[in-house]
Design a protein around this ligand. Structure first.
Ligand SMILES: [Zn+2]
Length: 125
């Protein structure tokens, strides 16, 4: 049996073979093999001081891209598994497609906790 999937980055169709052992496998797949190799380990992390707190920024690209953050949902789930406890204790989580200068200026004014921003791309701050 073959499962037909569409890559959320390049929009191409790709296939996953299944047999009786893997027929009901629930491992998510959002990228074709080519995009998987191209964007392997592209998630970046930076800490930026803001008024009295820190802004922890997780992002994939430094410029605008034409696909959605859904293409990295598996990264997002892993990110939450590893950081959710820390985030709940120390701060606020914000998930956005992009972190623009305008949004950064607003976050800088909040002054109530550390802020964890998970986004697909950032525009230079
Ligand atoms: Zn692709």
């Amino acid at each position: 049996m073959v499962i037909i999937l569409r890559c959320l980055i390049c929009n191409s169709i790709y296939y996953e073979k299944r047999d009786l052992r893997t027929l009901f496998r629930t491992k998510p797949s959002f990228r074709c093999q080519s995009c998987e190799k191209k964007y392997l380990n592209v998630c970046r992390y930076e800490t930026i001081p803001i008024e009295r707190f820190l802004l922890h920024r997780y992002y994939f690209f430094e410029e605008e891209v034409q696909f959605t953050i859904d293409a990295f949902d598996d990264h997002y789930l892993l990110f939450l598994q590893n950081t959710l406890e820390e985030i709940l204790k120390n701060g606020t989580l914000i998930i956005v497609e992009s972190l623009s200068d305008e949004l950064f200026q607003v976050l800088d004014l909040l002054k109530f906790s550390h802020i964890y921003v998970y986004c697909l791309y950032v525009l230079k701050i």
